[in-house]
Design a protein. Sequence first.
Length: 217
Amino acid sequence: MCWKMPESRWHFLKSRLAADSRRSTRGCGPRHGIWRTTPSGRLRELPSRSCPSGSCSAMIRHGYLELFADDAVWLPRAQALAARSFEFCEYLVDELGITNVGASWTGKLAYHPSCHLLRGLGVDVQPRALLAELQGAEIVELPHAEECCGFGGVFSVEHADISAAMLERKIEQIERSEATTIVTADTGCLLQINGGLNRMGLPRRVLHIAEVLQNIE
């Protein structure tokens, strides 16, 4: 299950973004100085950009194009940014050609693919390829790994009971895998699953894949 923003919220978000194009915002704010233009209004060549979050990457690659579909000024800028934006694992493997960063790990690792990364961007082989090169690590598969952890941003608030049930099922799958560390490439999943593990007092943890890859001796 992957939550999709209702049409009414899209309109609300777009109206808020368009309200003040000069306001400095953070996060995935489309007008946060991320598109550069010359004084004549022509787009400058932008460098490739890497984002350590599947959901943010999906927003930049797909969401912005929907938000500015009817905006003749901002749509080309959104398209230019989308063409040069990559999720962290995708950037390392597909753009830089790197799978072995020289990292090592002791113990069992299991990979949790986030909904936005897997279904939104089609990225799955890349993080697995990076984990496969970890020296000393034992990679195990999560049962029903592609099932959502129940976060989904606002979904976890508006449908808290369903979200909690999905999280409980995910944690059951983690326990069955016997992995001591769960690896993900999306901060939303990391917060959701870690929160559940902590509340249940389970001796397991969830780490972002970048945290695992920096374990270089």
